[in-house]
Design a protein around this ligand. Structure first.
Ligand code: NDP
Length: 478
């Protein structure tokens, strides 16, 4: 019989997804630019299910059941366009191309538009969970037409991770670029989560006086509570690991310069365009960039500043509890910002993204999977039109209960000279949102002074300008 789906691009992600489909009973056609990879996959894993190995694009397309479902798992960017140019002429109306690479959603919008003219459905799909997830069940975030979801949805539901309640960690996110957009924000939130965890570690070490092995224990304990998540779990494992060569804590021998592939940066770039304050994600991206500027760091090395005095015993333990509160509260803020950005994208591009559904499919399979996402899912299910995560009663109560400790931790960081941009930015966001008046009034007044940019008044309608250079009379500028 013919193949239910085809995968072209058989590096680690494509191979593992192909095996996942096959293990779930689907017949999978295989193709890769370099045929050796295809042969290697069949040689190593051909017994795991039903594969149809092909070497030419024509044979690959001919092997597929109609309407054809063709998944592209090649390097994101120009290679994706090259592969589409190669395959699109071989396809027919109603066929579906799925791009599971880390594409920019604007590219996905363009590709979808171009292929739609040929009657081909283009499904830009976010896939999270790394190679392990691709094989055993990732979180899958597909965009594209509703019709393509009809044909593809059941297969994606089968190979995806399952949440604790058994529901699949995939759902139709919305038309054209919605899936890749949601994946982009997922990665932005991942950056923020990682930065907050890094700050918690740094504070536990320099203010709390704990060793990496002790901090591993603390994270291990946190992982049994409300912070239960994949990233906390792997943090405990990394911190407990000692370097083979030197016997020192592994974290101490890794060069302290974090790299990035781009999705976090995209999240912030788009947030700036849409005017969404994602300060937590931005600080996380900047913290990575700062770490990479070895020259600037060396030049600043001798600048004065305090050295944190390490706490001991019960005081250290009490501080660790406060750090847990600060981490949890800051995490609520990053997710509040991230979901705001998804809402803003959905409004701008008219996608109709269901935020509760996004939270639900992030509950398992992806890098940010966490017990916490069950709570977000529940919050949006209770109130689909929730204006912000912070307006959910439960999150508001928790952040309210955490705020004293959160402030104490940010103060301790400042007093001890320990950088905590994530914790601080999250707290500033919280305080700015709840403030009755913001100094934005002064900013706007300054703008009117030097640029006649006008202002609105708090006490009545209209647009005004003050004649700052003259007699300072207020004139109607409406
Ligand atoms: P790579 O990103 O390393 O891409 C390698 C694959 O792309 C190979 O199959 C290669 O073929 C193919 N390729 C590259 N250029 C071309 C071209 N011009 N024409 C045809 N084929 C080409 O592989 P990964 O498996 O790491 O990732 C695949 C996609 O999944 C990427 O878009 C990535 O961003 C995304 N992704 C990766 C994750 C991960 O954890 N690695 C997680 C989630 C998404 P050949 O063998 O002939 O060189």
């Amino acid at each position: 019989g013919k193949a239910d789906i085809g995968v072209t691009g058989l590096a680690v992600m494509g191979s593992n997804l192909a095996r996942n489909f096959a293990r779930n009973g689907y017949t999978v056609a295989l193709h890769n630019r370099t045929a050796a990879r295809t042969r290697a996959l069949v040689a190593d894993h051909g017994d795991e299910g039903s594969f149809v190995a092909t070497e030419s694009p024509e044979d690959f397309v001919a092997a597929l059941e109609r309407p054809r479902r063709l998944m592209v798992m090649v390097k994101a960017g120009e290679p994706t366009d090259a592969v589409i140019r190669q395959f699109a002429p071989l396809l027919e109306e109603g066929d579906v191309i799925i791009d599971g690479g880390n594409a920019h959603f604007e590219d996905t919008r363009r590709r979808e538009r171009e292929l739609r003219e040929q009657g081909i459905h283009f499904v830009g799909t976010g896939i999270s969970g790394g190679e392990e997830g691709a094989l055993n069940g990732p979180s899958i975030m597909p965009g594209g037409s509703a019709e393509s979801w009809q044909s593809l949805g059941p297969m994606l539901e089968k190979i995806s991770a399952k949440a604790q309640d058994g529901s699949p960690c995939t759902a139709h996110m919305g038309p054209d670029g919605a899936g890749h957009y949601v994946k982009m924000v997922h990665n932005g939130i991942e950056y923020a989560d990682m930065q907050l965890i890094a700050e918690a570690y740094d504070l536990l070490r320099s203010v709390g006086g704990y060793s990496p092995a002790q901090i591993a224990e603390i994270f291990h304990t946190w992982n049994t509570g409300r912070l239960d998540s994949y990233l906390i779990e792997i943090t405990a494992e990394v911190l407990a690991h000692d370097d083979d060569a030197t016997g020192r804590p592994f974290v101490d021998i890794v060069l302290d310069q974090a790299e990035q592939k781009g999705t976090g940066r995209w999240t912030v770039q788009i947030a700036l365009d849409l005017g969404v304050p994602v300060s937590g994600i931005a600080e996380a991206v900047f913290a990575r960039s700062l770490s990479g500027h070895r020259d600037l760091r060396d030049a600043a090395h001798g600048l004065p500043g305090p050295r944190a005095k390490a706490l001991h015993g019960a005081e250290a333990a009490a501080f660790a509890d406060k750090v847990e509160q600060a981490l949890y509260a800051s995490k609520i803020v990053s997710y509040t910002q991230g979901f705001h950005q998804i809402q803003a994208g959905s409004d701008t591009y008219d996608w109709g993204v269901d935020l509760g559904r996004v939270a639900a499919i992030w509950r398992n399979g992806c890098i940010i999977r966490a017990a916490f996402l069950d709570r977000i899912t529940a919050a949006y299910r209770a109130r689909p039109d929730l204006p912000s995560l912070l307006s959910d009663r439960h999150f508001a109560e928790e952040i309210g209960a955490a705020q004293d400790d959160w402030r104490a931790v940010v103060a301790a960081a400042a007093a001890g000279g320990v950088p905590a941009p994530g914790f601080s930015a999250a707290l500033a966001y919280y305080d700015a949102l709840r403030a009755e008046r913001l100094p934005a009034a002064l900013t706007q007044a300054q703008r009117d002074f030097f640029g006649a940019h006008t202002y609105r008044r708090a006490d009545r309608d209209g647009v005004f300008h003050t004649l700052w250079g003259g007699d300072r009379r207020e004139v109607d500028a409406g």
